[in-house]
Design a protein around this ligand. Structure first.
Ligand SMILES: [Zn+2]
Length: 243
């Protein structure tokens, strides 16, 4: 168990942690929200697993598209994006897009993945975002992840059948939430922009101008990055669990 209080560089989690899990609602959420950070931590040697709560089966404006056809397309795009980042461990929970609840069942499935992969740190969506309306799946994916980390994955009497299956209880040291109103960790992603763009371009069904995305991404730097003197950066809210 890593002691998060020893982490004196919250903007360099790879100095403390070995394993990161990403839990998000839809294919492309992680790459749009914090793909640079994931590329960065993978490059620094961290092992990453992705958990997708839905397969994004409503994400099309093509009136001839069906959810049944869209699921395998978006799952393959997500596997390609994860591979571009350097990750092959991708799990789809296959809840309906727009229908995700922070239910006991969803918390249980995320708990199973936490007990299997045993991450030190989790990257997920901020369930407490207030400034803008948050997509219900983003809110519920974030909420279910927090509830899975504490107390459910930690305590063996939650989902004891998982423990019987050999999945031991697990303590996660920290959650970093992306898509947050109040970032307190800023990660410099300037040196991994090429990987970030390659990962984003994997989501072919979601990006109308694949050729233009590179110049758009490189032409856009955030106030957050400028404030910290970086060319490109991603911000997170840090939640430490001393449990
Ligand atoms: Zn989304």
């Amino acid at each position: 168990m890593v002691n998060p209080s020893s982490n004196e560089s919250p903007d360099q989690p790879w100095l403390v942690y070995k394993k990161a899990m990403v839990v998000v609602a839809h294919p492309d959420d992680a790459e749009f929200g914090f793909g640079g950070t994931l590329a960065k931590i993978a490059k620094e040697g961290m092992e990453i697993a992705f958990v997708l709560c839905t397969s994004g089966d409503k994400g099309s404006n093509d009136l001839d598209m069906t959810s049944e056809r869209l699921v395998p397309i978006r799952e393959q795009e997500q596997r390609d994006a994860a591979a571009a980042i350097g990750c092959t461990d991708v799990t789809f929970l296959r809840y309906g897009d727009g229908e995700l609840e922070a239910s006991r069942e969803v918390i249980g499935k995320i708990t199973r993945e936490i007990r299997r992969f045993r991450p030190d740190i989790i990257f997920c969506q901020d369930p407490y975002q207030r400034v803008r309306h948050n997509h219900r799946d983003h809110r519920n994916a974030g909420q279910a992840t927090f509830d899975a980390v504490y107390p459910v994955a930690r305590d063996h009497l939650h989902f004891p059948e998982q423990v019987k299956d050999g999945l031991q209880p697990h303590k996660v040291a920290e959650i970093y939430t992306g898509f947050t109103d109040t970032p307190d960790v800023v990660i410099d992603i300037s040196d991994v922009m090429d990987i970030r763009i390659d990962a984003l371009k994997s989501h072919r069904s979601q990006i109308s101008d694949l050729d233009g995305i590179r110049s758009r991404m490189l032409g856009r730097t955030s106030e957050l990055a400028k404030e910290h003197g970086y060319a490109y950066a991603e911000g997170f809210k840090r939640h430490t669990f001393n449990i």
